[in-house]
Write a protein that binds this ligand. Structure first.
Ligand code: ZN
Length: 432
């Protein structure tokens, strides 16, 4: 394939042209009796996000290339399987190799030889996870006492939040660092992704209500600082394509806080919204709907860190346009494969002499060319090609799932498609 690497809206001596980023809605899901938005609204839709590095047809799945790389899979292979856009992590790139290297390379896409749109998250999640050691989590166990000082067992607290930002110790080398709204914007501008996220404070479901209230207000103050710094950097860093900035809505499980936080983000000049933070799995769809109730529909909506197939349906139905998830790659490396009939582990002994593909009707490179027996052998022998093939299949599974969901909304059969897909996927009690 040819890599064009020719972003729109970048002219020498001029700030990035903001019109190179926009969202175009195509088909809206009809309201329903059980719709979770106001008056039964269902905010699910198809559309196109136009970015300087190309279009994203939504709803879309965004594979996670944490350190400007898909583990074990090259960008060409990601493109071949239909991935439209990749998400990298600002915190990890700040730690290694450093944002200046990406700036010198001409930005994230060019650095990793990916001819398409990219996203970076703000680093807030990684930095703050150092504080509490919690999981990114839609399925957090919230039984037990609430506390603002919850630390996962066996973890040292490595991050401390104050009004201005977060001080933390690098897990890589123990160095002390500081993140703030301005620092995160500076790093993300140098990394150069098409979509960036505002620096927010991520709380856990364990935090007390009064802490969540304070945190939502603090995130609003940080959001204003992010917008101001983003405008300053956009004007200053001429000759670069426009980078869109999404504000992030926090507020945990509380409807009033989620609505309030969405109103905060809606009141600022963001290009889109990130639905973030700790959400109990059963409230995912409802939380998205609360937020969509309060947001202008012209802005694209990203659901941060989705974990499972049913969560994707809940997120899409209630207004999510894009979804990132580390599960396909992380699970693939451990031998867990996602198929229409659920998630199962290909390293199990029963597949040692099973010469069928992972999934009969999958069109991915792994299923077209290799057997379960061979991939079972590679993964047991810890051969890199085993990671590659399992990851290709799993990423393709999610990319294709979102492609099919998109077709079902445009074709007017989303409800049937959802029912059939979920019934089949969870028929055997599959997790994931
Ligand atoms: Zn496959």
């Amino acid at each position: 394939m040819t890599f064009l690497m020719n972003p729109l809206g970048a002219e020498p001596g001029r700030p990035g042209d903001r019109s190179a980023f926009s969202f175009e809605a195509i088909t809206q899901l009809p309201s329903a009796a059980d719709g979770l938005g106001r008056e039964g609204r269902r905010y699910g839709r198809t559309g196109i996000i136009h970015t300087p590095h190309g279009d994203i047809h939504t709803p879309a799945f965004i594979p996670v290339a944490t350190q400007a790389a898909m583990k074990a899979v090259l960008p060409e292979q990601m493109r071949e399987m239909g991935a439209q856009v990749l998400l990298s992590n600002a915190f990890h790139l700040f730690e290694r190799p450093g944002e200046d290297i990406l700036d010198q390379a001409g930005g994230l896409a060019r650095f990793m030889n990916w001819d398409g749109p990219t996203y970076t998250d703000s680093g807030g999640f990684q930095v703050l996870s150092l504080g509490a050691g919690f999981k990114k989590t839609l399925a957090m166990d919230v039984t037990g006492m609430q506390s603002d000082e919850v630390i996962a067992e066996g973890k040292e607290r490595l991050a401390f939040v104050d009004e201005d930002g977060v001080t933390f110790k690098s897990p890589l080398n123990g160095d002390q660092h500081r993140f703030s709204a301005e620092i995160s914007m500076g790093i993300q501008h140098k990394i150069g992704a098409d979509v960036m996220f505002a620096f927010d404070e991520l709380t856990t479901l364990m935090n007390t209500r009064s802490y969540q209230e304070k945190s939502v207000e603090r995130t609003f103050r940080w959001a204003k600082r992010c917008v101001a710094e983003h405008e300053r950097l956009t004007a200053e860093r001429t000759g670069k394509p426009y980078q869109a900035l999404f504000g992030v809505v926090q507020g945990a499980n509380y409807e009033d806080l989620r609505r309030k936080a969405a109103g905060h983000i809606a009141s600022l000049d963001f290009d889109g919204v990130g639905i973030g933070g700790a959400i109990e799995k059963r409230l995912l769809g409802q939380t998205c709907a609360w937020i969509c109730d309060e947001m202008p529909e012209s802005r694209p909506r990203h659901v941060l860190g989705i974990a499972a197939v049913d969560d994707i349906f809940a997120g899409v139905e209630n207004g999510g346009d894009t979804f990132d998830c580390v599960a396909p790659a992380r699970c693939g490396r451990n031998g867990a494969v996602f198929t229409r009939d659920g998630r199962w582990n290909i390293k199990r002994a029963q597949f040692k002499n099973d010469f069928r593909p992972i999934e009969e009707d999958c069109d991915c490179y792994a299923c077209t060319n290799y057997s379960r027996a061979y991939i079972n052998h590679l993964l047991r022998a810890r051969e890199f090609n085993g990671f590659t093939l399992a990851t290709i299949h799993n990423e393709r599974f999610f990319v294709r799932l979102l492609d099919e969901i998109r077709a079902s909304i445009d074709g007017g059969y989303f409800d049937d498609y959802k029912k059939e897909t979920l019934a089949r996927f969870y028929a055997n009690g599959s997790r994931g």
